[in-house]
Design a protein around this ligand. Structure first.
Ligand code: DP6
Length: 354
């Protein structure tokens, strides 16, 4: 494709895209960012990355990333990762060979704290690339093909990002338990697969520690190669996916809680039992887990916790229980959080074009 064709075409797109929280965890991958096991997540509402992507013909220079700023500041670390990603996308979005991009990005949550900022960022980038491709081709539709390509492209940036392209609940990774599931992109679970009790799940993200984590997810995934529990983890994730799909469909709260916590503790158990093993949870994480379990037992309210690759707790609860859970968060859990920090989040509708 030559830049003659696009001469004079320049413009900008704005996208907002959310993080997601996995209930069945993606942990371990093959080359090409293909998952070792299937995962299931819901997309968040409040934890988002907003990007403004300006595009203009690159003239005689190479196409690709020209500038990048994060929260108004240049950021060399992210710039290098995004530049590499944009170059790799030339194979999928041909216009990138001829256009330069200036990207400004802002996020509503701390980076590298075990909240999937990369999922929000890479899904936002992929949605923006797709809509520029559309604009240059004079198309407007953002139907299922658009979303599938965006999910595929997000995955190549960060595996879990492919699940953020859709609102609600999504599955990534081929599994015999879900028709149409794929390793290449995520698929959205149909509304009728989610019991009304679960459609508006709440997620209180309780900040135990927001410092940069010592071991990246990418390094953690690599340690699954040759992990002593690799094969049993793959089998367990399939079993848990099957149970989770059943719980979500039938509204089985006990099963739901069981699987969510089993997956969270398994993830961190796999980290601890890697060679070398490492620990991302903190004493504050354990203290919160104990509080949450005590509350569940005493009040017979089905709240549960999950964890991303970090020490912060995602307290997951049903909206019908909010009037009882929220005072518990305020009075008992926030004093245990770093500077009382938390994010009041829940199931969201997916990326938005601004
Ligand atoms: C623990 O998607 O961040 O959050 O593919 O290397 O970018 P890369 O890893 P990433 O891994 C996330 C793992 C997890 C579980 C999950 O989201 O499923």
């Amino acid at each position: 494709m030559s830049n003659e064709k696009f001469k004079g075409q320049a413009g900008e797109v704005f996208w907002e895209s959310p993080a997601n929280i996995a209930l069945v965890k993606y942990w371990g991958k093959y080359p090409g960012q293909l998952p070792m096991n299937p995962s299931l997540s819901f997309t968040l509402r409040e934890s988002v990355v907003r990007i403004r992507m300006k595009y203009a013909p690159a003239g005689n220079g190479p196409g690709g990333l020209h500038s990048f700023a994060l929260n108004g500041q240049p950021n060399d670390k992210f710039r290098a990762r995004i530049s590499k990603y944009i170059d790799s996308m030339k194979a999928h979005y041909a216009f990138l060979n001829d256009f330069g991009l200036d990207i400004e990005s802002q996020s509503t949550f701390p980076h590298s704290a075990g909240i999937a900022s990369s999922a929000a960022a890479f899904s936002a980038l992929a949605m923006a690339l797709g809509s520029i491709e559309n604009e240059l081709a004079g198309k407007t539709g953002m139907g299922s093909d658009f979303l599938q390509k965006a999910s595929f492209a997000s995955r190549l940036g960060s595996g879990s990002a492919c699940r953020s392209v859709y609102g609600g609940f999504t599955v990534w990774g081929k599994s015999e338990h879900l028709l149409g599931s794929s390793d290449d992109f995520a698929v959205k679970l149909a509304d009728e697969s989610i019991h009304p009790a679960f459609r508006n799940l709440q997620d209180a993200v309780l900040i135990v520690d927001d410092s940069e984590k010592k071991v990246s997810s990418t390094a953690g995934h690599a340690l699954m190669n040759g992990h002593d529990f690799r094969e049993s983890r793959i089998a367990q994730s399939e079993k848990n996916l099957c149970s989770m799909l059943h719980a979500l469909k039938t509204g089985d709260e006990d099963l739901f809680v069981n699987i969510v916590e089993n997956e969270a503790l398994t993830l961190h158990g796999l980290m601890m039992s890697s060679r070398p093993g490492y620990i991302l949870i903190k004493p504050g994480t354990i203290a919160l887990i104990e509080k949450i379990r005590d509350f569940r037992q005493q009040h017979t309210i089905n709240i549960c916790f999950t964890l991303d690759a970090g020490p912060n707790i995602h307290l997951v609860y049903l909206d019908k229980d909010a009037h009882r859970v929220r005072p518990f968060i305020q009075q008992e859990l926030l004093p245990m959080c770093k500077n009382r920090r938390w994010m009041d989040d829940g199931v969201g509708a997916g990326p938005k074009k601004k």
